[in-house]
Design a protein around this ligand. Structure first.
Ligand SMILES: [Zn+2]
Length: 481
């Protein structure tokens, strides 16, 4: 279902209320170990939640990283015959009839619905990595629906193929593009385990219509292809994910693609995270016009909220006040269907504005997250010499500087103070002294701390150091303290 004009707020809000009620009553509270317990602790029954507004009155259901770390299994739906029979007898009876009373066939049905078959892993510190799993039911259900919406919005022709250069199979972006495409049905071929040169050669041969990949890696890949005179004329759409995209990056990717023969390519950003198990796409029309209007969310798949959160001193959520229109707040995510790993009111720590005003570019009345989404994940916020530095701002600073091809920052401590060293790979034609002076100034303006040293390194050496080709997430900020 494309995100078209028929999504007006009143009807989709009603549908969300209905879906939420059904999901909590039939799936979450009966089959989810963590939330079954949580509802009991809070003294509420799912029958008391009739609408999204009711959900918003329960800060105790807001879920954050510390709730799930070390107990992934408790967040996976695990029904038993008894709980299934109580929660949704009609569904189970229909399955039993289809199985003609044979217990093996019934077990097969339940495995298809509830047994994890695809895994993703969150990024970040390895001790805090969490598995988020999908079942066959999920891949055929909400993943397929979301992917069909995206393929339709991107106007991908039926007989065309796509290519994914996402680096690792455990990455949500890989699962979502490759598995999602299968359900469309379409083909997005994952180029895993290849070097950049091999990927470029494969793209020339396969002639994909659409290319999926991490922003900075796609930028490097298309620049290399253009420099080597390769033929990328088949590429009409690029979907980037895994990290943000600045307008300067978008323009550089478009320019490189045009130099490699592409005609009017459109580069579209996406917003997704492992815990959501899906991704939202930037408006194609907005991206085409070069006026970013935000990320479209399918209101039938998930509830997106923005709230102002009050915590107590040990980080527990005490209060969450929904934002008024136009107000910036923290993004919370709640799915409306699906088995496998489920989190409710997931605390993304990303800050943005949410709107259901019709999209100025395509007219859709679906909810829209406006750019820029400011990522506030704890691994990008660091205290350096007593100043809280947001390394997402630093990432944007480097991404906007055309002479910087790759960068890495190492935070250390020499025994008396924190040290900050940046390693950069620069464009061949760049004026090194001038670029470094400019960056040193801009870094100080942006973060209020000074870089101790800037090292210029060969591009290939830095890429290896960053793990661009092979890691779940590039090692951009190395904290050695
Ligand atoms: Zn739009």
């Amino acid at each position: 279902m494309p995100l078209t004009k028929h999504y007006h707020p009143a009807p989709w809000r009603c549908r969300q209320d209905r879906r939420l009620r059904r999901y909590l009553q039939r799936e979450i509270v009966p089959h989810h170990p963590y939330y079954r317990e949580r509802f009991r602790e809070l003294g509420i029954t799912p029958a008391r939640i009739h609408s999204v507004a009711d959900l918003q009155r329960i800060p105790g259901l807001i879920t954050q990283k510390r709730d799930i770390v070390g107990r992934d299994r408790d967040f996976v739906l695990q029904p038993e015959l008894g709980s299934l029979l109580r929660a949704d007898p009609a569904h189970l009876l229909a399955a039993a009839v289809r199985a003609r009373g044979r217990s093996a066939a019934l077990r097969e049905f339940l495995e298809r619905e509830y047994r994890p078959v695809v895994y993703t892993l969150t990024t970040g510190r390895s001790s805090a990595r969490t598995a988020f799993v999908f079942t066959r039911f999920d891949l055929d259900g909400f993943v397929a629906k979301a992917a069909r919406g995206i393929f339709s919005m991107l106007e991908i022709p039926r007989d065309s193929i796509g290519v994914s250069v996402f680096p690792v199979a455990l990455h949500l972006a890989h699962v979502f593009s490759v598995e999602g495409a299968r359900a469309v049905p379409s083909a997005v071929l994952p180029l895993l385990g290849l070097t950049t040169e091999q990927r470029i050669a494969a793209i020339e041969t396969l002639k994909p219509f659409v290319l999926f990949g991490v922003t900075s890696y796609v930028e490097r890949l298309v620049a290399l292809a253009a420099a080597e005179g390769k033929d990328f004329s088949s590429i009409s759409r690029v979907v980037v994910g895994g990290e943000g995209m600045t307008e300067a990056q978008r323009q550089r990717i478009v320019a490189a693609l045009c130099a490699a023969g592409a005609k009017d390519p459109v580069v579209v950003g996406s917003y997704g995270f492992t815990e959501a198990r899906l991704a939202m796409l930037e408006c194609l029309e907005g991206a085409r016009e070069g006026t970013p209007v935000g990320y479209h969310c399918d209101p039938d798949l998930a509830i997106i909220e923005t709230v102002r959160i009050k915590e107590n001193t040990d980080g527990a959520v005490m209060e969450a006040v929904p934002c008024v229109p136009g107000e910036e707040g923290e993004v919370l995510f709640t799915p409306l269907s699906g088995h496998g790993t489920v989190v409710l009111r997931w605390r993304t720590r990303d800050v943005a504005i949410l709107t259901d005003e019709p999209c100025p570019a395509c007219g859709s009345g679906a909810p829209r997250i406006l750019p820029p989404i400011r990522r506030r994940s704890s691994d990008m916020l660091k205290n350096v010499r007593g100043t809280l530095v947001d390394f997402d701002d630093v990432a944007r600073l480097f991404a906007n500087e055309p002479a910087v091809r790759a960068w890495q920052i190492t935070i250390g401590n020499d025994g008396s103070r924190d040290t900050l060293v940046a390693a950069l790979a620069l464009d061949d034609g760049a004026d090194v002294a001038e670029t470094l002076r400019g960056l040193q100034r801009a870094f100080k303006m942006c973060t209020e701390v000074t870089l101790d040293e800037i090292l210029v390194e060969p591009y290939e050496a830095l890429i290896l150091e960053l793990g661009t080709d092979a890691e779940l997430k590039e090692r951009r900020i190395v904290d050695e303290r």
